[in-house]
Design a protein around this ligand. Structure first.
Ligand code: TRP
Length: 451
């Protein structure tokens, strides 16, 4: 196996946590999270999501950590080493998922870049809604998709060492500070009480009535935001030393990621309510439109807007890198592909696969639902079976390194993985497939008919 540049990256103890946080915090927190909350019934969804983060996300991130640290390999090699030859297909699925996710992630991240520029030029101040309409599709979107992909290719081709570590160190505090400032501003808006109650007081009858769509959406969002289900955390933890306490690292990563998502909700919902946008059907554009409207209104808004979208773009870059790195580490390790050439080729392929997404917002849903709710859950399911049921002793042994005597924690963890996590994944997957087929037969067919 060739040594990739990334293997030396976690020379500093904090390097791993930073890179993992950089991967976790991204479009999922600031863009995807609020519109999922809106679409799935507000606080009811939030509650299910938080339960999933703790009872599904935490056990699942530890599963990926032990696999990566045990094997020191890319996901395909790691699964082969742990489960035997036939498990490499699950690793192959991971690589494929990375390909699909980054292809549309880059389109949305292109919007973020565009809004960074728009803040500098004041482009969105006249009519935030019309602005989003213009830049989110067509040539505009394709150009910024290309620019974002080129940035990611550039960084991954060079290796990610200091550049990304420094970016992440600046980015996380910057995002938190800006979101806090915006949350304070949002608190001063009219109808903030209505927004808070929509966001924070769950209506249990909504859960009962709509659990078939809330469950897979909450599971998909939990996996998406924590970068789980396709081997990012396997790859990153394969560069880590044995004396780390994996439980502590998992807690730090999950805590930061969840905190940033919750904060984004405190910003977005009051702004949506104040603007009179229906929070229940916000769609992929709402966050952009509402934030642009807010930045237009407040003193020094464009300066704040520029800083915000810039930090947001950095967050998207550090997530995109992790997606690309899974594909590239596989090509380098298993096929001896040259890093630079491989990265350029993969970037070009993802660019093409993402182009249809610039045609219409329906295409965002087509890619996003498939990736988050179906593919990530499927990937996690495979891992959970392998680690929870087939290789649990090794898993507990690996978890104990750097912690010491686990007492009953190891057993509790494995049983969480074996039963509740597995059951939730199976149920979510079945529901997600059904609703995806539904989407294809209705909304997507209609969209094709209009073309
Ligand atoms: N977690 C990132 C976000 O919230 C996106 C991401 C990076 C991701 N790597 C991933 C999602 C792996 C799923 C799987 O924006």
């Amino acid at each position: 196996m060739s040594e990739s540049i990334q293997r030396e990256t976690w020379a500093t103890r904090i390097g791993f946590v930073l890179a993992a946080v950089g991967s976790a915090v991204g479009l999922g927190n600031i863009w995807r999270f609020p519109f999922q909350v809106g679409e799935e019934g507000g606080a009811a969804f939030l509650l299910v999501y938080l339960l999933f983060i703790v009872f599904i996300g935490l056990p699942a991130i530890l599963v990926e950590f032990v696999v990566g640290r045990r094997t020191d390999r890319n996901p395909v090699g790691a699964l082969k080493a742990i489960g035997g030859d036939s498990w490499k297909y699950l690793g192959g699925l991971f690589v494929l998922i990375g390909f699909v996710i980054l292809s549309y992630y880059s389109v949305v991240a292109g919007w973020v870049l565009r809004y960074t520029v728009g803040s500098a030029t004041g482009g969105y101040t006249e009519d935030p809604e019309a602005y989003f309409g213009t830049i989110s599709t067509g040539l505009d979107a394709a150009v910024f998709h290309l620019i974002f992909m080129a940035i990611v290719v550039g960084i991954v081709a060079l290796g990610i060492r200091r550049g990304i570590e420094i970016a992440v160190k600046l980015m996380v505090p910057a995002i938190v500070a800006l979101l806090l400032a915006l949350a304070v501003y949002a608190y001063t808006l009219p109808d903030v009480a209505g927004a808070y109650s929509y966001y924070l007081s769950p209506d249990f009858s909504v859960i009962a009535a709509e659990w078939q769509s809330i469950l897979p959406a909450a599971a998909g969002q939990a996996f998406f935001t924590l970068s789980l289900g396709m081997g990012v955390m396997i790859t990153y933890s394969s560069y880590m030393s044995e004396d780390r306490n994996l439980g502590e690292d998992a807690g730090a990563i999950i805590g930061l990621d969840t905190g940033i998502a919750l904060l984004a909700g405190l910003v977005v919902f009051p702004i949506l309510f104040a603007a009179g946008v229906d929070p229940a059907s916000p769609g992929p554009g709402a966050v952009f439109v509402s934030l642009a409207a807010a930045f237009t209104d407040i003193p020094f808004g464009l300066v704040l807007g520029f800083l915000f979208f810039f930090a947001f773009a950095l967050a998207a870059v550090s997530s995109a890198i992790s997606l690309m790195e899974v594909v590239i580490s596989y090509l380098i390790d298993e096929h001896g592909v040259d890093r630079v050439r491989g990265t350029i080729a993969v970037g070009a392929g993802m660019l093409l696969l993402g182009l249809p997404v610039t045609v219409d917002l329906t295409m965002v849903t087509l890619y996003d639902q498939l990736a988050a709710e179906v593919l990530l859950v499927l990937g996690a399911l495979g891992l959970v079976v392998l680690v929870g049921w087939l290789k649990s002793e090794e898993a507990i042994d690996e978890l104990s390194k750097g912690i010491g005597d686990l007492r009953s924690v190891g057993t509790v963890w494995i049983w969480l993985v074996r039963v509740p996590v597995l059951v939730v994944l199976v149920v979510s997957l079945a529901l997600a497939v059904t609703s995806y087929v539904d989407f294809l037969r209705t909304e997507f067919l209609e969209f094709l008919g209009e073309l």
